[in-house]
Design a protein around this ligand. Structure first.
Ligand SMILES: Cc1cc2nc3c(=O)[nH]c(=O)nc-3n(C[C@H](O)[C@H](O)[C@H](O)COP(=O)(O)OP(=O)(O)OC[C@H]3O[C@@H](n4cnc5c(N)ncnc54)[C@H](O)[C@@H]3O)c2cc1C
Length: 389
């Protein structure tokens, strides 16, 4: 019933990405740990069309669905966490919002540039006092005299120093609560917009504080007015399959590195792969990875165009937490070397910690799944009545 056999086209696409991963991305993975943006890798991926893979075909992209995007991110993350996060910025929610909700002149301006790898995008939701509970955000866009005036602040924003376009979740016209939230696009160098990349994550990348002081943009840049939170969150569900695909890729890479190390490393006169204690570790890592893959692929396959929210929440929660455990075991199997950044297992251990924090924390997602069960499950049919089977 659920067949995840890849098509010839998917295999070809993954072979191409895998070549770039092995030749370009993986050998340079330590270069980006000081916060440097991986422009070289982005250029190589743009050349094979990956940065525009979710841009609709009529705008020069591939029009890829969530499933194919997930496969590609998983493959890139096997080589480098920082690069996979940079790519996520191009193929994830940001592009989906522009392609689905922006007026035609903005699509004409931005989608071909994204497809060519010439526009870096930042998504701006989190505020200094507001993360998970977006309904309390304070940034406000006021519509005045045919213009939009934006005031407020955001924090922990990825790619802010490189971004050409900021996709900003904002309150509109001061309307209270979740129902007041819409989305506005602001180009870099717009007067009143400032970014300070003052945070350096344990995964390697830099995150920024943003300020909007009377930032003025044309009315058409208000791509979603107040009352759009449902539309925004349905587009954001895409992230709930793409974020865990990065975690899955890192977990796989840590397993592969561990198996290789167990064959090569000797202790007490044996390859360490002879020890049953370590065989059980890699066995559990593999079991967990394949369980996570099943759930994630199923959630991604539900996308039409956006994934089922409950399946995506379940998949993200499981894969985020599974990959933290798997990557931690990868460190353990490598002994002291596992704690050194030159080893992929160490970089994955740090990078994978991002998964359960961004794109909806695992606590928030459990709340969502629990709400679905308590409020929607038909007890005459049970789980089958949820409609997933
Ligand atoms: C590497 C990285 C990149 C990021 N990039 C971006 C970006 O580009 N753009 C952007 O907007 N943001 C970005 N973020 C921020 C991220 O989206 C937020 O950190 C996340 O949404 C959580 O918000 P918070 O940090 O304010 O945590 P809080 O909302 O303050 O939560 C703190 C803790 O309380 C828990 N909690 C909160 N509410 C509940 C509840 N109802 N029930 C149970 N537990 C609860 C949370 O799960 C968490 O454990 C990034 C973060 C990281 C680490």
């Amino acid at each position: 019933m659920f067949n995840f056999e890849l098509t010839d086209e998917q295999r070809q696409m993954l072979d191409t990405v895998s070549r770039v991963r092995k030749d370009v991305i993986e050998p340079n993975a330590t270069r980006w740990l000081d916060g440097t943006f991986p422009h070289d890798n982005m250029k190589s991926l743009a050349e094979i069309g990956i940065l525009g893979m979710t841009v609709p075909e009529e705008y020069g992209g591939m029009g890829a669905n969530v499933f194919d995007t997930m496969l590609v991110l998983e493959e890139i993350a096997k080589g480098c966490y920082v690069t996979s996060m940079a790519v996520l910025g191009e193929v994830g929610t940001q592009t989906r919002i522009i392609a689905t909700f922006a007026p035609k002149p903005l699509k004409d301006k931005w989608l071909p540039a994204i497809a060519d790898g010439k526009a870096i995008l930042a998504i701006c939701m989190t505020e200094p006092d507001v993360g998970s509970d977006l309904g309390r955000m304070r940034t406000n866009a006021e519509v005045k005299g045919g213009k939009v005036i934006l005031n407020g602040a955001k924090t922990l924003i990825s790619r802010a120093e490189e971004a050409d376009l900021f996709i900003i979740f904002t309150r509109v016209n001061g309307v209270d609560g979740s129902k007041g939230i819409g989305c506005v696009l602001v180009e870099k160098d717009t007067p009143g917009l400032s970014a300070d990349a003052c945070y350096h994550t344990i995964g390697g990348e830099k995150l920024a504080d943003l300020r909007f002081d009377n930032v003025e943009v044309p009315l058409e840049n208000l791509v979603l007015k107040e009352g759009a939170i449902r539309k925004l969150m349905s587009a954001f569900n895409t992230q709930r399959c793409l974020n865990p695909s990065i975690c899955l890729g890192m977990a796989e890479a840590s397993l592969e590195a561990s198996v290789r190390y167990m064959r090569e490393r000797n202790a007490h006169g044996h390859p360490i792969g002879d020890f049953q204690g370590l065989r059980w570790k890699v066995s559990d890592m593999y079991i967990q990875i394949e369980a996570g893959r099943g759930l994630l692929y199923r959630a991604a396959a539900s996308a039409d165009p956006f994934p089922d929210p409950t399946l995506a929440a379940m998949a993200k929660t499981f894969v985020n937490e599974m990959s933290i455990k798997v990557c931690s075991e990868g460190v353990q199997i490598h002994g002291g070397y596992g704690f050194i950044n030159d080893f992929a297992v160490a970089r994955n251990y740090a990078g994978v910690r991002y998964g359960s924090l961004g794109g909806g924390t695992t606590e928030l997602l459990r709340n969502m799944v629990g709400k679905t069960l308590v409020e929607r499950m038909d007890l005459t049919t049970g789980v089958a009545g949820m409609g997933y089977f």
